[in-house]
Design a protein around this ligand. Sequence first.
Ligand code: NOJ
Length: 556
Amino acid sequence: MSGLAQDKLASVDLKNHFWYKNAVIYNLEVSAFKDSDGDGRGDFTGLTQKLDYLSALGVDAIWLAPFQPSPGQDDGYDVADFYAVDKRLGTGGDFAEFVNQAQIRGIRVIMDLVINHTSTQHQWFQEARKSKTSKYHDWYIWSDKLPKDYKVGMVFPGYQEAVWSMDSVSGQYYYHRFYQFQPDLNYANPEVVREAQKIIGFWLNQGISGFRLDAVPFIIEIPKGPGNNPKLDYKFLTDIRQFAQSRKADVVILGEANVVPEENLNYFGKGGEGIQMMFNFYVNQFLFYALASGKLEPFKKALVETQIIPDASQWAHFLRNHDEVDLGRLTEKQRNEVFEKFGPDKNMQLYDRGIRRRLSTMLGNDRKHIELAYSLLFSLPGTAVIRYGDELGMGDDLRLQERISVRTPMQWTSDKNAGFTTADTAFRPVIDFGEHDYKKINVAAQTRDSSSLLSWTTTLIRMRKACPEIGLGDYTVLDTGSPDVLGLRYEHNGKSVVILHNFSDQPQQTNFSVKGADILYDLINNDDKKPVAGKYNVSLKGYGYQWFRVNQLIPN
Ligand code: NOJ
């Protein structure tokens, strides 16, 4: 960013200025959300019908998984045309109606931007393989010989054989960081960079507010291919952010980059000139370790290690997403502890690093533990991203392959196929067995039950929104006097909140001081606390949590 642009930004309060600093983002797949035309697959019109539901839940933005035409070999993450809507999900008109109706409700729409690779069926790859003189040939990465390290760097071990595969048409090997049907694009070629900008510009013109940028560390490897000793081109991130902002000032780019804390500022940019947001995968893994083991120290350390980011940047925190829980950054011992607790069967584990289950099944459908996890998520420093169905406690279907287990149709009612479709057969089976059967867990039942998880989540989101300090403020990890209890204090513009979480299933007693606090107003239980000899003593039930506002119950 130029010095001038930087100065201009500095003249506004960066923390307050950007919507993505303090938001609730709801992630869904259009195909799995709601079918409007009875063909068994969800569509944009169905999603539009459900916007009032999302509005009532309190979401600020919807993150759409890929919806462009695709052979669907990686559930849409293998795009065959970047400039269209998959016909099975609706027309361009249906998409525009959806965006319009979302805007009317003040809900922004973010979409997946999968530009590291294309499908092998994309026209560009089809042209590229036919002739070395085609301009598209150099849009991909080729080698005449099979590189020695053709098995190094696979993302899906056990399901992927190599990162270089022979293309029978060109007679050359092509590079693919992911599955064989996902050839990587060559960003060393300026034409490819320009095309990525066009894709961004196109969707911004369709009313999109931002992008979840897929596979960021792999996009910026230049040159690509492990044997090439690639360097990471962070400037690419600044360039596309600047391009996107030149078209829409308040756009957000939310990066999928599972990196170590030392790397964070390379992605955010030291002055915040990189991508605005990143998923905090690092904290997520230690959070799961804390949930599984009850041991908090590594989680606290991860929070502190990821604390310093530029003012305009923001973390996206999440519990579960559409992939496996990735535990790759834990030690083997830590990972095994999580496996043992949350994914003991081989069939629950994936790619030697993760667990392919939803939160509710991992936590044994234990309401208290689920509440702890979600209360924690909404109190973490950043923006919260939730996954469709988690607000109901939906389960998973381990009979489905790889990560599809956590992508089953949304459970709306106890009618046939969960009210997801009127077709006899849904495109993917609804969960109709066990504790997570749609007849037991569905929106209709939970809507009119004030003690349901859905009602609880809605209240929690409202409470989070009343505490903007969490997204906008500075925070300290409190010494709570109990090894089982995490205490976070946020401060912003003279206002402050204190939030406690007990990771143990046993009651715990805390004893802590909060500088400048005369009283802690209890935001949940009407049980305000005054200090005794300068210290607060708060008892928490097993898996209990408490949200307090400091000194003012209703801040000015
Ligand atoms: C990351 C996505 O989250 C995952 O679902 C996908 O398979 C890969 N990127 C490849 O696009």
